[in-house]
Design a protein around this ligand. Structure first.
Ligand SMILES: [Zn+2]
Length: 187
C-alpha cells in the first residue's frame, strides 16, 4: 500500500508505477505492507518515451511478477531483469530483447529446453529442428516424430544453446548483427 500515491504531487506516485527501479522503505504488515519512502535509481526515460518499448518492458515485468516467488529474493532474476531493461533503455531492439528474456525465463519456469543435442536420440549432429511440443532440438532422423517441428537456421542452432550463458545484451547484439548481415547480403 502506498498512501496518497494516486495524487500526482505525492512523492510515492512515481514509485507506484510499473517501471520504477529504486530503493524502497516499507513496513511489513500481515497482508500488504505500507510503502513509506522510495529513491529512484534508474529513470528508464528511453523506454518511457516510446510506447512500443513500454509495452515490451511491461511484458517482461509481468513475466517476472508471475514467476518470482514473493518473499524469495533471486539475485539472478533481478540482474537479468535490470540488464534487459537497461539494454532496452539504451536503444537495443526491444522485440529481440523480450524474446531473449522469454527463453531465459523458461528455465525459471522449470521448462528448460534441451538444446545440446537431439531430445530423442541424443545426436549432436545438425541440422536441427525445434520441437515446441518436446521442448528441444530434433535431429534430421528424428524430426518426423513431430510434424510441427520448426526448421532452424544455422545461426539459430548455434545461438539457442548460448542464450543461457550469454547476457541479454550479448545475445541481442549477436542476433541484430546477424539480421543486419542478412539484410546487406540481400542488397
Ligand atoms: Zn535424433
Amino acid at each position: 500500500m502506498a498512501r496518497g500515491a494516486k495524487k500526482p504531487a505525492n512523492p510515492l506516485a512515481a514509485a507506484s508505477q510499473v517501471l520504477f527501479h529504486g530503493q524502497f522503505m516499507f513496513k511489513k504488515g500481515r497482508g500488504l505492507g505500507s510503502l513509506y519512502q522510495a529513491a529512484q535509481i534508474e529513470s528508464f526515460r528511453g523506454i518511457k518515451q516510446d510506447i512500443s518499448k513500454t509495452a515490451y518492458a511491461a511484458l517482461i515485468v509481468e513475466m517476472v511478477d508471475r514467476l518470482a516467488e514473493e518473499g524469495h529474493p533471486s539475485s539472478g532474476l533481478y540482474h537479468l531483469l535490470i540488464e534487459t531493461l537497461l539494454a532496452m533503455d539504451k536503444g537495443l531492439d526491444a522485440e529481440v530483447l523480450s524474446a531473449i528474456f522469454e527463453v531465459k525465463m523458461m528455465a525459471v519456469a522449470g521448462i528448460e529446453a534441451q538444446l545440446d543435442g537431439c531430445l530423442r536420440c541424443g545426436s549432436s549432429e545438425g541440422p536441427f529442428h525445434f520441437s515446441i511440443n518436446g521442448g528441444g532440438f530434433l535431429c534430421k532422423r528424428c524430426c518426423g516424430t513431430d510434424l510441427y517441428a520448426i526448421r532452424l537456421s544455422h545461426a539459430a542452432e548455434r545461438l539457442l544453446p548460448l542464450l543461457n550463458i550469454l547476457t541479454s545484451r550479448e545475445s541481442a547484439t549477436f542476433i541484430l548483427r546477424k539480421k543486419r548481415s542478412r539484410k546487406s547480403a540481400r542488397c
